[in-house]
Design a protein around this ligand. Structure first.
Ligand code: URA
Length: 216
């Protein structure tokens, strides 16, 4: 698929994890079709912790015992996660410390690929929180857009939403970042291709099947 708009200006709202050897070795394990579900699961725990850690970035100064100021960072605002079922639930271990966890169910028509919002259950304090939408695979951006729209309909401001993702297709990334000019996104990888069945390529296959060890 071709990119929707060639607009590079949104990249200042995108955090891509540093592509060091440790992350690359984890991504190699996740992408390898021979990796067992248990190893896939273990490796995803490591990468998802890094993805969640990358969003804790509010500047915060403290005084050290030497009486000097250390300019650091801390998550000041309450944070909550909203996972897009079913693959997004894979992030929940990495977010155990957060105050609330919501769920959104979006179903995609197998032929037209049109996404429909079916269900959501959201934390009470969601309007005052930084909201992490949890979805490991960002393919066309259809379900992602529906999730952002449904949070906005519930009163969450777009600037408080961070999309937390493992692999994004270039097309899906450009689609959602152009459609939502205040959205922020964290990812570990951007892949250039989408297959005719809307899988990310090279990608890692169906994330839910690989994480839960279910059949394709
Ligand atoms: N969802 C997946 O699990 N994999 C893809 O490649 C795209 C969407």
């Amino acid at each position: 698929m071709n990119s929707p708009v060639h607009n590079a200006s949104f990249y200042d709202r995108v955090i891509i994890l540093e592509q060091g050897n440790f992350l690359l070795s984890c991504m190699t394990t996740l992408r390898n079709y021979e990796t067992s579900p248990i190893d896939f699961h273990r490796t995803f725990e490591v990468v998802s912790t890094q993805l969640i850690a990358a969003v804790h970035t509010d500047p915060f100064n403290v005084e050290t015992p030497t009486g000097l100021t250390y300019s650091g960072c801390k998550q000041v605002k309450p944070i909550c996660g909203v996972s897009i079922l079913r693959a997004g639930e894979s992030f929940e271990n990495a977010l155990r410390r957060c105050c609330g966890m919501g769920k959104i169910l979006i179903q995609r028509d197998e032929e037209t690929f049109t996404p429909t919002h079916l269900y959501s259950k959201l934390p009470r304090n969601i309007k005052e929180s930084t909201v992490l939408i949890l979805e490991p695979m960002l393919a066309t951006g259809g379900s992602a857009s529906k999730a952002v729209e449904s949070l906005k309909e519930k009163g969450v401001s777009e600037g408080n939403i961070i999309f937390v993702n493992l692999v994004a297709s270039r097309f899906g990334l450009e689609t959602i970042m152009t459609r939502f000019p205040e959205l922020r996104l964290v990812t570990a990888a951007i892949d250039e291709q989408l297959t005719s069945s809307r899988h990310i390529a090279p990608g890692l296959g169906d994330f839910g099947d690989r994480f839960y060890g279910t059949e394709e």
